[in-house]
Each structure stands twice: as structure tokens, then as C-alpha cells.
Design a protein around this ligand. Sequence first.
Ligand code: NZQ
Ligand code: ZN
Length: 379
Amino acid sequence: MFGFDYRNPVRIAFGKGAIGNLGDLVPKDGPVLVTYGGGSVKANGVLAQVMAALIDRQVLEFGGIEPNPRYETLMRAVDLARREKVAFLLAVGGGSVLDGTKFVAAAIPFADGDPWRIVSENSPVQAAVPLGCVLTLPATGSEMNGYAVVSRDSTQEKLPFGSPLVYPVFSVLDPATSFSLPPRQVANGIVDTWVHVLEQYLTYPCAAPLQDRQAEAILLTLLEEGPKTLAEPRDYDARANLFWCATQALNGTISCGVPQDWSTHYIGHELTAFFGIDHAQSLAVVLPGVLRVRLAAKREKLVQYGRRVFGTDDPEAAIDRTEEFFRSLGVKTTLADYGIPADAADRVAARFAERGARLGEKEDMTPDQVRQALAQRVG
Ligand code: NZQ
Ligand code: ZN
């Protein structure tokens, strides 16, 4: 097992009615900027609950943060927050609203030129406005980590950054807020969570049996609770379990002391940047290709995964079963399914070649292997 520094400062308020705690959770001094997306939180009444809980506060609103939040939009929130001297940010929505708000939090005090440099050049985040969230979509784990991913239209880029300064101070998780999700987003959340687990688990054995079993526990729970949630959208317990799986999958617990391989995410981000597909859709396309191209390096963990999660000793069958699970949820898994042309494999590989990026748990996955992984996924 590798050494690790486990930091987990996020306070979680979980359960029915948890939004009522906002009055105590949001700091009392200074204006609060409530951020949200395209309107789902207005339609399902979540924003009204938030406003009721903050009735005695000075509250400003910024709506319109899109899925795969855009830098261009976020900079308008930065302008508003700077002008109004906002003291606290409250993101109300899915991972995109939360990630976008993390970027805004870091961009407001950024004094080293264009805040885009935070993602494009890894410019250090020296300060950030504190933020909290009310999460309405279990998927990204953003509610309990210090990461965010931001997109820029003009350059067709989608890039991540991370800083302890953008950890949410608290996250309110009321599973009932997600009853209004369309099935596509529920399924996306299950796939995203699944792939988060695999990117921290499917590497090579490193004497971390607890982390392995914690990862497998999340996968086995998703296998049970995911289809149940889709079949019974108002099953509160199934929703609650999905929320907790998503949070646990990317809050630093299962990654403690183990190697990680975020290649499927990095490749997927390029597909979203070029072709606009949902984050989880991109992962469902990429993952089976990456696992096949990297099968030799990952064999031991793939065998363990197959045996413990799907009851098969054959790693190829484990990959097939994974893809079948995604498709059973309604998430398509080939480039053709999303109308993406076959030359995507070359375009995406060229980006990694330009950046000199080396992916994989041993940083030995080449741009040509990226091309091979996607070439298998044409459909
Ligand atoms: O914009 P609104 O109107 O709110 O609608 C959203 C959006 O259209 C809707 N939605 C959210 N909650 C709803 C709802 N509709 C009805 N009822 C509700 N309760 O769902 C749509 C998708 O929302 P979005 O926030 O984009 O989805 P998700 O939570 O999957 O977030 C995806 C983003 O997170 C990033 C992804 O790359 C992508 O940009 N990720 C962030 C990570 C992190 N910070 O750690 C890790 C992940 O791997 C991921 O990369
Ligand atoms: Zn993800």
C-alpha cells in the first residue's frame, strides 16, 4: 500500500428535510450567492425550499449554469460575486452546478491573470470564497471532494482542477430532491459512480484488501439498487443508497494508499469537449475499450473484479458484463450510438500526443493506445 494523506473536512447533512438545516449551516455574515442550473430546481421546488431556509439572509441568485459548466457562463457569476462582495456560495443542483461554483469560488479572488489558467496551466489556487451545496443528482461525488471540471466553448476544452480550498464546507443531501430526475440522468449517475470506483480499483494488487472490498461493496450495491431506482423512481431508500454510493465512490476513501488510473475519464472528457455527449455516456463508451487495451496490465485485478462482482473468472467476460450492465440501464456504449464519427479515435489521440500526456496507473498508456481503445468502440 502507498502512503496517503486523508483529508475529509466536508460536513454532510443527509436525509429527508435536510435542506431545513441550511439556516444553521450557511455562515451568517455577508451576502450569499445561490447558484443553479437550467431550471430543474425551480420546477421541483428545491430552490423554494432553499430560499425559505435562508429567509433572513441577504441572498443573490445566479442561474443558467449548464451541464458541463462553461467558463464563459461562470465568468459572469464571478463578475456578479465580485461586484456584490459575496461572502459565501451555495450551489443547488447536480455536479455541473457544483463544479461550476467551485471554479467561481476560486476565480473570484484569483489575482494572477485570467482564471482559466487555474485549469489550463494548473495555476495554484491561493484563495477561494467558501462554498456549500444542496445536491440534487447522485453521480459525481463533487459534494465530498475538492475537484471540478470546467469546459470552454471557444477552445473545445474540458479540463479539471483540484484544491482543498474548494472542498464544500458542507453538503446537503436529501435523496427526495432527485425524484424529479429523468431516467437518463439516474442511469448516468449509476454509470459515473461505477466508473469512479473502477478507476481507483482496476489497477494492480497492492496489499489493500479493505479498500478493494470497500470498492466492491459500492459496485455490488449499485448492481442491486441501480435497477431498483430506475424501476421504482419514488423508492426513497433506493435513492438514498444511490446517493451514498456516489458520495463514497469519490470522497477519498477507496483511493487511500492505492494506485489510480483516470484514463477513462480523461479520454471521456475529450469526447464531451468535441461532441457534447453527457459525461457518463462518454465513460460508457470509453471504459470497455480501455480495459481491453490494458487487459495485460490489469489482469489480476480484472480477474478479482470478475469473480467478486459478476461471478466469473474470465476477465473478458467481466468487461462484457460491465458493458451489458450499462446498456441494461439504458446507457449506450458505442461511438455510433451517439452519432460520433470513427475519426474521433485519431482526434482524441492527437490531443494527448500534443499535451505529451501519459495515462494509466503506471503512466505508460500511450496516445496510440488511446486511439486503439476508441477504435474498438466505433460500433
Ligand atoms: O441544469 P438543470 O436544470 O438543473 O438540469 C440538470 C441537467 O440538465 C438535471 N438535473 C439535475 N438535478 C435534477 C435534474 N433534473 C431534474 N431533477 C433533478 N433533481 O440533470 C442534468 C445533468 O446535470 P449535471 O449537473 O450536468 O450532471 P452530473 O451531476 O452528472 O454532473 C456532470 C458534470 O460533473 C463533472 C462532469 O465532467 C460533468 O461536467 N464531474 C465532476 C467530478 C468531480 N467534481 O469530482 C467528477 C466526475 O467524474 C465528473 O467529471
Ligand atoms: Zn465521472
